[in-house]
Design a binder for this molecule. Structure first.
Ligand code: SF4
Length: 346
């Protein structure tokens, strides 16, 4: 959704045939019930820009299985949102749903209401893991749904989880899931490390000791390479880690929650690249260059990257250079050289 903003409506658990092991949408969204069609219309009217000026906004129905809710209710919600798209106050409608709640008839209906993007909660492409988490669908259903969505010209978003019960090696499972999902050619990805929320089957499994949540460090190690992987495939990662509006942390029992999880992943990737750049270089004082805006990612949370290298004898200074982009890292030289040649932009 490049450059666009969502006007989100949460429909917690609506349409869900059952509870997946890890899920509590009330906790994640902070909402106890979905909006009525009238509430959708009122909020759209209050918050969307003037007619013709809504090209940056999409009306989004998240937090449940939109296409599995009662048909009259689904249509009523679309009817409430659609006039704002027709009037140019929003560019379109986004929805999230389950892979087994997509068929041609539903896609016809969504197209008629100018739904532009469909996100599928996939979570895993391993049928054994899907079954262990009560998902109630198979990887093949995901493949079929993704193909139908793309064939009809909708933007396809996929959501995957990292560290699900039943995965023996979370790093390897994450990489395998990512490869299977990239093969479905999504436009966007969301990556969510598994958190243990209260009153979920996962809480019971955790308390019994049959599930051990990842640490933040483990979750970063499994998630960070996916960022690079999807980028290389031209797939935009629009979210890494759950967002907390206060409700999430109140319901959090255990697991790798970090308020800046994506930045932790970026720092991990920078640490790896910094290590590559310093390979074969004798310990000492060095200056590394990174792209503008990436210094804090290279330095790491609480300077952890700098501290890690300092323990190995590398005292690093990080400076930005407009000659670099993305996660490029370049060894500029020693601090002494920098003192002679310092400029603001190398
Ligand atoms: S993960 Fe999706 S399908 Fe499962 S309970 Fe949550 S919202 Fe419903």
């Amino acid at each position: 959704m490049s450059g666009r903003h969502n006007l989100p409506f949460f429909i917690p658990h609506e349409g869900c045939p059952h509870r997946c092991s890890f899920c509590d949408q009330n906790a994640i969204s902070g909402a106890q019930r979905g909006p009525s069609p009238r509430e959708v219309a009122e909020r759209c009217d209050a918050l969307l820009p003037a007619p013709g000026a809504g090209g940056q906004f999409e009306i989004a129905f998240f937090g449940g299985s939109f296409t599995a809710i009662a048909r009259e209710q689904m249509v009523a919600l679309l009817e409430a949102a659609f006039p704002f798209v027709q009037a140019g106050r929003a560019a379109g409608i986004r929805i999230s749903t389950r892979p087994d709640a997509i068929d041609n008839e539903i896609l016809d209906l969504l197209a008629a209401y100018r739904v532009t993007a469909i996100e599928l909660g996939v979570q895993s492409m391993d049928d054994r893991v899907l079954a262990a988490n009560g998902r109630g669908h198979t990887a093949q259903q995901t493949r079929a749904a993704a193909a139908s969505i793309r064939a009809r010209g909708f933007s396809l978003g996929l959501q995957m989880m990292v560290g699900l019960p039943g995965e023996k090696d979370p790093v390897r499972a994450a990489a395998e899931n990512a490869a299977a999902l990239a093969a479905l050619c999504p436009d966007t990805m969301r990556i969510y490390p598994v958190l243990v929320l209260c009153n979920t089957p996962l809480e019971v499994m955790t308390r019994k000791g049959s599930y051990r949540p990842l640490t933040v460090e483990q979750a970063v190690r499994a998630s960070a390479p996916l960022l690079e992987y999807f980028e290389q495939k031209g797939i935009r990662v629009i979210r890494v880690g759950l967002q907390d509006d206060g409700a999430l942390r109140r319901h959090l029992i255990a697991g790798p929650y970090h308020p800046a999880f994506r930045q932790c992943c970026e720092s991990f990737l920078f640490r790896r690249r910094m290590g590559n750049v310093l390979q074969g270089v004798l310990p000492g004082d060095y200056r590394l260059l990174v792209a503008p805006g990436r210094i804090s990612d290279a330095v790491g949370q609480r300077r952890e990257n700098l501290r890690a290298f300092a323990q190995r004898g590398y005292r690093l200074t990080i400076t930005d250079s407009c000659a670099l982009t993305g996660r490029e890292v370049r060894l500029y030289g020693t601090r002494q050289r920098e003192e002679c040649e310092a400029t603001t932009c190398f």
